[in-house]
Design a protein around this ligand. Structure first.
Ligand code: HXC
Length: 513
């Protein structure tokens, strides 16, 4: 028996070596960890159990019959993250560039099926050159098997992806089907076709970093939700993100112990400037309201006119969507509508209550917006809020103008509670624009048009630049002092804790894509 145990131990050592010492050194030289090192830092000490360590490919093409690395380029298994069961796969770039083929895919599929059956999150640590070229269509089939499961699992278990190296071809579509993508700056790339193919087809000269680096995908495309300076920061980011998210769609939003106190926040009374056209940073309102420094922003550098992220309120996870007056005056446009809609749908799928801070002057006008389908994209956000059945509360801090008033979680589309600060202006549009339209004739005929416009603007502002018309109709449930916001929200979310709302029976809705 002893010799058999020794043989097993040797086999395990060999599997752990992946593509060999030289390739591990090369990986480290690129400031990248190996797949096993990543798993080690991700999972709670000693909790990781590997599955399928001895799996090998069955290919006999292009000399692969003499190269059968144990594990086939991916480490799969389960363990705990902060005490919670989590499934993980980590692609090993030292083995054939982490490329995906039949056996590699089967291992990932097995883990995905287990995560689904047992209702626990799945984390993919991606580092792959895409479909293994030597295995042909079998590699493509393997990808499709994974894409199919990503889609089946969507909304059932949380799926998080980290990109930790070059991810090309099919390697980008599985992450794209998951809930959140994180990238590491300067060492990770995502593209469907790399710079060489781009040059051949479109004659564009572009570097990997420009085409699909972390900064490109965090600012230009919005493909990635988070970027980190290095892999350890990325892994810590995954753990933090997971702490706000339940295990599965039947689990409630996570809650941590909380002691009441410090509920009245005076600082909130001094954020809104006297001049309604002056910007302020909505993050001050968010951090002034939630628990400690619990705000965890998502998609921070993309569509900055809307801020989304997770936070804790009285210990419980919530999702926040907030217009950002400090960027483009907080208008809704194509990208911000898509960004917010996606976040709202995630929170709704995983029972995370939604809090909206509203200060929005309307939709951004212009040909760029119209030609890029602001009608369809704005409708996405409208749809996402309208179908969300989690507890939903809105706080109007200042402007709630036009269609954007309806869209931003108004009572009319199902918000449970709607608070307004005394600085709120709830109207079809700003006073100046409104006066110019409805008093056009009077202003034109006046001896001094400028004076008349100012007079009419003041008249309109007096009537609508306040929350009281909306409160009189019950569209606003309560006008509150800013310093009361936290206390009111804690009570209201508590009151909504057992909210049950069901949508009409349907196969699935048809969100404007
Ligand atoms: C097999 C691959 C591979 C692949 C890399 N390797 N990609 N082997 N299939 N797809 C191997 C290399 O041959 C090399 O082996 C090792 O991995 C490391 O690769 P290098 O090129 O030396 O590394 P690097 O310079 O860092 O470049 C990494 C890379 C590049 C950017 C990923 O390898 C690359 O461009 N690969 C091909 C990417 C690609 O076109 N994929 C698309 C496949 S089609 P040795 O033995 O020399 O160390 C696809 C379609 C699916 O995915 C569609 C589904 C919707």
């Amino acid at each position: 028996m002893q010799d058999k145990i020794k043989a097993l131990e040797d086999k395990i050592e060999s599997a752990k070596l992946g593509g060999g010492e030289k390739r591990i050194e090369a990986q480290h030289a690129k400031k990248k960890l190996t797949a096993r090192e990543r798993v080690h830092f991700l999972m709670d000490e000693g909790s990781f159990e590997e599955i399928g360590m001895f799996v090998t490919h069955r290919s006999t093409n292009f000399g692969l019959e003499n190269n059968k690395p144990l594990g086939d380029g991916v480490v799969t298994g389960y363990g705990n993250i902060n005490g919670r069961l989590t499934y993980v796969f980590a692609q090993d770039f030292t083995v054939m560039g982490g490329s995906l083929a039949e056996a590699h895919a089967e291992k990932i599929v097995k883990i995905m099926d287990m995560a689904m059956k047992n209702g626990a999150p799945l984390i993919g640590l991606n580092d792959s050159g895409g479909a293994r070229i030597q295995e042909g269509v079998v590699s493509l089939g393997g990808y499709a098997d994974i894409f199919y499961r990503n889609t089946q699992a969507s909304g059932v278990i949380p799926q998080l992806s980290a990109i930790m190296g070059p991810c090309a071809g099919g390697a980008v579509y599985s992450p794209a089907l998951t809930d959140f993508i994180s990238m590491v700056e300067n060492t990770s790339y995502m593209f469907v076709t790399g710079p060489n193919v781009v040059k051949t087809v479109t004659h564009e000269e572009v570097t990997s970093e420009e085409l699909g680096g972390a900064s490109t995908h965090s600012t230009k495309s919005g493909v990635t939700h988070f970027t980190y300076a290095n892999e350890i920061a990325c892994i810590n980011g995954l753990k933090k993100l997971l702490s706000y998210i339940p295990q599965n769609c039947e689990d409630g939003a996570p809650s941590i112990p909380y002691t009441a106190g410090d509920e009245i926040r005076d600082k909130l009374n001094n954020i809104i400037p006297d001049n309604p056209n002056q910007p302020y940073d909505i993050r001050e309102v968010i951090s002034g309201t939630v628990d400690g420094d619990s705000f965890h922003e998502v998609h921070k550098d993309y569509a900055e006119n809307i801020v989304v992220g997770f936070a804790r309120l009285a210990g419980r996870s919530i999702g926040i969507v907030a217009n950002q007056p400090a960027f483009l005056a907080g208008v809704l446009d194509n990208n911000s509508s898509k960004k917010a809609a996606r976040f709202v749908r995630f929170c709704d799928a995983f029972n995370i209550p939604l809090l909206v801070f509203e200060d929005v002057p309307g939709f951004l006008p212009g040909t760029d917006q119209e030609w890029n389908a602001i009608i369809t994209n704005g409708a996405k956000l409208l749809y996402a809020f309208s179908e969300a059945t989690v507890p939903r509360i809105t706080v109007i801090t200042r402007k709630a103008y036009g269609g954007a008033y309806d869209v931003m979680n108004s009572k009319h589309i199902g918000a449970d509670m709607n608070f307004a600060w005394p600085s709120s202006e709830i109207a079809v549009m700003g006073a100046k624009g409104a006066a110019e339209i409805i008093f056009k004739k009077e202003i034109k005929e006046a001896a001094d048009s400028e004076v008349k416009l100012k007079e009419k603007e003041a008249e309109y502002a007096e009537m609508f630049a306040n929350p009281y018309n909306a409160a009189a109709r019950g569209y606003v449930d309560e006008v509150i002092r800013p310093d009361q916001t936290r206390e009111k929200l804690i009570k209201a979310f508590k009151m909504l804790e057992n909210k049950v709302e069901t949508l009409p029976k349907k196969k699935h809705g048809n969100i404007p894509m």
